[in-house]
Design a binder for this molecule. Structure first.
Ligand code: MG
Ligand code: ZN
Length: 231
């Protein structure tokens, strides 16, 4: 009973901090996305390609979450965009990012120079789903090599998501995988979850993801203009 109370308090404190982060994003006109996946699903590769495709149109920034190492941050820093690495080793080796870690990372970024901020969460399909970071949209990256049953096994992360990116579709010919079964499993958990199939490696389907991002950014800007127009 006590344990449950502690967890509830922890999540409530996190939500308060997440709201604060969201206000910071909105004040600075930033669209923020929280990318979640298992380890090795290809989040960093998706981000690299995204920066290559979208880096001229929008000012992008990345917060990288890992338990240890700054390997992924180094991969993105070569694009000369703001990248902040969070290693949770210093937070007791947490297996997820929380709103407080993001708040601290934001102090290291010039937010007036960012249009879209990507948060690459720690590779884990369980608790990242429970922690609101203040993002506007949650994106799951799922690699084809993970099989069809991930949505059924990890329902929370799928239930809360705004987009499912099915990555590594270039491997389809080599795998014994039923893509339509994967889609059905995801729909069972979250019937409104849109999905995009792509390969960050071959770029197949990648323009769908870029279009989705552009649409989200434009929708957010429109909302802002509408609310600005009110007396
Ligand atoms: Mg990574
Ligand atoms: Zn965790």
């Amino acid at each position: 009973m006590k344990k449950i109370t502690v967890l509830t308090d922890l999540l409530e404190a996190n939500d308060v901090m997440a709201q604060e982060n969201r206000r910071i994003f909105d004040r600075n006109r930033i669209l923020t996305l929280n990318l979640m996946s298992s380890p090795g699903a290809g989040k960093t590769t998706v981000l690299e390609k995204t920066v290559e495709k979208l880096g001229k149109k929008y000012r992008l920034g990345v917060i990288e979450g890992d338990v240890a190492t700054s390997n992924d941050a180094k991969r993105l820093a070569k694009y000369k965009i703001p990248v902040v690495q969070i290693t949770t080793e210093t937070f007791g080796g947490a297996c997820h990012l929380d709103a407080n870690m993001i708040k601290k990372a934001l102090e290291k970024i010039d937010l007036t120079k960012v249009d879209i901020l990507f948060i690459e969460n720690i590779g884990n399909l369980i608790c990242p789903a429970e922690f609101d970071l203040g993002e506007h949209k949650k994106v799951i990256v799922l690699s084809l090599t993970e099989g069809e049953d991930k949505p059924s096994k990890y329902p929370v992360v799928f239930r809360n998501a705004d987009l499912l990116l099915v990555n590594k579709v270039d491997l389809l010919p080599f795998l014994d995988l039923d893509l339509s079964l994967l889609s059905r499993n995801a729909k069972k958990i979250n019937p409104r979850l849109p999905s995009i199939k792509l390969s960050a490696k071959t770029e197949e389907g990648f323009s769908d993801w870029i279009n989705w991002l552009t649409k989200q950014y434009n929708a957010k800007s429109k909302k802002r203009i509408a609310s600005c127009g009110r007396p």
